[in-house]
Design a protein around this ligand. Structure first.
Ligand code: B12
Length: 224
């Protein structure tokens, strides 16, 4: 039963069918399926398949846009359920989140933001196509503990380095931990550009953020 539902969710993304995606999300919540399982085991595999079809030339940009629309419709139903969990927890830290300059992919970043919120983090999402200077300004404004930078294109990955440089230039680098992610990003890349961490998905992004908060606390203790 759950498998049929998950497979219908996957298909709704491939078909680019927002109404079906939304109805299935409601059905999943009514049936007691954990919201994160619906996302990770239902909709995200559909998104990956769409990416593969696109890469093989079997799907085109409008199809990919329709799939993104379906994903957004599903998330609109599931997001509030996930966020509710966050209000019951103590504040875990302040995060500034955004997708790098030149890049408009936002679904994964939104998911990361939602799960961080669900785990008690206060998240300031700057949206997409965000220049390093805007990250730095927001970090200063909200006294962020962590910056999360998403990039989905091999061409915009290098702008993650630009964010680190902007933080350095603004004299903020030592005050904030930087984590990077996005489909083409790797641990190796994170190390190469001097980021503090990399996570391959939203669940591990939460674990990483919690780890970075511990490191930050330790940095402060060492300085005292
Ligand atoms: C949906 C989609 C789009 C949508 C985006 C809609 C939106 N509002 O977000 C649209 C149609 C607009 C689009 C446009 C383009 N796209 Co596109 N897109 C995709 C697709 C199919 C899915 C992305 C997605 O949402 N995945 C689902 C989410 C949940 O996964 P995720 O993004 O990877 O995020 C997870 C992790 O990476 C991680 N994570 C993400 N961010 C962060 C941040 C931090 C801090 C951390 C710790 C973790 C983390 O956690 C997330 C949740 O688990 C991918 C294929 C793919 N496999 O990635 C192609 C893909 C990324 N796109 C691609 C391309 C080429 C393009 C275009 C250039 C196409 C064109 N010719 O115009 C444009 C670029 C526009 C631009 N300037 O940005 C290529 C990139 C190739 C490359 N190597 O560079 C891909 C890989 C498709 C392919 N196989 O060819 N795209």
């Amino acid at each position: 039963m759950a498998n049929d539902l998950l497979s219908a969710m996957r298909q709704s993304i491939i078909d680019g069918a927002p109404e079906t995606a939304s109805t299935l999300a409601q059905q999943a919540l009514t049936n007691g399926l954990a919201p994160i399982d619906a996302i990770n085991n239902g909709y995200v595999p559909g998104m990956h398949e769409v990416g593969e079809h696109f890469a093989r030339g079997q799907m085109f940009l409008p199809d990919m846009m329709a799939s993104a629309e379906a994903m957004r419709a599903a998330m609109a139903v599931i997001d509030p359920e996930l966020r509710k969990l966050g209000t019951e927890r103590p504040m875990a830290g302040v995060v500034v989140l955004g997708t790098t300059k030149g890049d408009i992919h936002e679904i994964g970043k939104i998911l990361v933001g939602t799960l961080l919120t669900a785990h008690g983090f206060q998240v300031h999402d700057l949206g997409v196509d965000v220049a390093g200077e805007r990250f730095a300004a927001k970090v200063r404004e909200v006294k962020a503990d962590i910056v999360g930078v998403s990039a989905l294109l091999t061409t915009t990955m290098r702008n993650q380095k630009g964010v680190l440089e902007a933080l350095e230039k603004a004299g903020l680098r030592s005050q904030v931990k930087v984590m990077v992610g996005g489909a083409p990003v790797t641990k190796r890349w994170a190390d190469e550009i001097g980021a503090d961490g990399y996570a391959p998905n939203a669940i591990s992004a939460v674990a990483l953020a919690q780890e970075l908060m511990k490191d930050k606390l330790q940095d402060v203790t060492v300085q005292l």
